[in-house]
Every structure is written in C-alpha cells, then in structure tokens.
Design a protein around this ligand. Sequence first.
Ligand SMILES: [Fe+2]
Ligand SMILES: [Fe+2]
Length: 207
Amino acid sequence: MTMPKDGKGVSPSPLMREHWQHIDKRSLDACRSAEWETLSQQKNDYLAARCADEVLRMLKIQADDPSFGYSVNMYQHCLQTATMMYRDNLPEEDIVVGLFHDIGYMVCPDAHGSFAALLLRPYISDRNHWMLEHHEVFQQVHFHEMDDIDPDEREQWRGHPYFDWTAEFIAKYDQLAINIDEEILPLEEFEPLVRRVFAKGHEAPTA
Ligand SMILES: [Fe+2]
Ligand SMILES: [Fe+2]
C-alpha cells in the first residue's frame, strides 16, 4: 500500500443529503458542541434511512455462496425459515427475526445467535432477542446421534418465559428449513416487512 506523496488522505466521502455538511476537524479531541450537534442530527437521519438496507445487503451477498453440505445454502435456509413463518401468518417481527437468524453464521459460526441478537437488538422484543441468543443450544435437541452434543442442554432454561417460543421456532421452522423441495420466497417479498420493523427502532429523521 502506498500513501499519497503530498501526505493528504482520500477525498471527503460524499454525504447522504445535499444540505448536509462535513465537519472540518481532524480528530475527536478537536470536536466541540457544534460538531457533535451536526454529527448527531445527520447520524440519526442516516441510520434511520440506511440500516434496513445495510442488513438486507449483508444477507444478499450470501445468495450465491456454496453450501458446506446441506442442499440449501445459509441464505436459502434463512429465506426458507422466513417463508414458513410467513405462511403461518406469524407477526412481522418474528418473520424478520427468522429471516436474519443465521445472518452471521458464515463469519461467526460459534456465536452466530449472539451476532444476530446484537444486530437486531434495537428493532426487536426481549422475547425474540432471547430466542436468537439461545437458539443454537435449543437446536441441539434435534441433533441425533451426535456424541459430543447434549440434546438436553436447553433444560437449564425450562420455565423461562421465552423457553416455549424458542423451542417452537426451532422445531417448526429452523430445523425444517434445509428442505430443497419446499418453497422459498425471494428476498424481495420480505423487504417491506424488514423496513417496517426497522423503522420502529429509529427516531423520526431530523430535518
Ligand atoms: Fe442458527
Ligand atoms: Fe438456522
């Protein structure tokens, strides 16, 4: 990597709105209330406008990924999960959670439930946050003849208010969504739902 000879960095990144402004400070130490106010106003609008699309893009780039063995890849697994939930008329938030529940699997396989829980935290209920965080352990009850896996590990949470929902998500959707013969709706079908659920997690954009 070569640095520009004049010692300057890259050109300023374009702003999302025409009337916005770049702050001209070169360090956080140099920023004062005027800069924080500008950044805060623009950031709220920026995140409200872009978060849903950014998360959708994270899923979309996995569309043509190879599989490590299942006849559907992780992208299709996510879509099939959401498709089954959509067909069962589940609430929009549940369907969106199903759509993104394994979005981090390929980069964070051993903690992908926590990955999705953190990613979706601003937009979802405690019930779905808990479900995402624990779904990996709950799935173990469906892992038969795997010597190093305890299928009953989930029993430590028996009686928890979200135990039944997590068990239901796994049994009725997640563990079944590896079926190449079942319908998989395209991602575009879910995009309006995603935008509506994400819109609830942001304040109204600042003008
Ligand atoms: Fe998972
Ligand atoms: Fe899954």
